[in-house]
Design a protein around this ligand. Structure first.
Ligand code: HEC
Length: 116
């Protein structure tokens, strides 16, 4: 429950900060669980940071792309390619990839995960 409240507080803060990019999804609990299973040790803050970085670093030249519109492999390739255009570190790239892959995955897996 604590985690849920923490998440809600963060969501409100981040939404207030970046209300102009409402189409870039926040992660729900299932997406966070997905990320934590896939990358052991991933925290909610990592994922929030990944989303913020994506919004801040990747919106300068073109509208932001929906996470669900590219596959995991495509996101990996895209981030490698965009690294030549925008200054992002390895760590920042990894956080963005975690966010993008988690965000796309739960929209695809929402039904199968919806068992509890
Ligand atoms: C300096 C400008 C610039 C920045 C900053 C930038 N991009 Fe791009 N991006 C481009 C241009 C130009 C294209 C179209 C040409 C191309 O595809 O190479 C593009 C195309 C894309 C595409 C569509 C191409 C595809 O292969 O699907 C995606 C997705 C994308 N960018 C994601 C990102 C992400 C993620 C970031 C942040 C890490 C980012 N961009 C930051 C200039 C930029």
């Amino acid at each position: 429950m604590k985690v849920v409240i923490f998440f809600l507080v963060l969501t409100v803060q981040v939404t207030a900060l970046v209300s102009c990019v409402g189409t870039i999804p926040h992660l729900d609990e299932k997406q966070i669980r997905y990320a934590q299973t896939k990358w052991f040790g991933t925290s909610l803050l990592d994922l929030q940071r990944g989303r913020e970085l994506y919004i801040v670093k990747c919106s300068g030249c073109h509208p932001l792309y929906e996470p669900a519109n590219r596959s995991e492999l495509q996101w990996e390739e895209i981030l490698k390619e965009m690294k030549s255009r925008v200054k992002i570190s390895e760590d920042e790239t990894a956080l963005m990839l975690k966010y993008l892959v988690s965000a796309r995955n739960s929209s695809l897996q929402r039904d199968s995960l919806n068992t509890d």
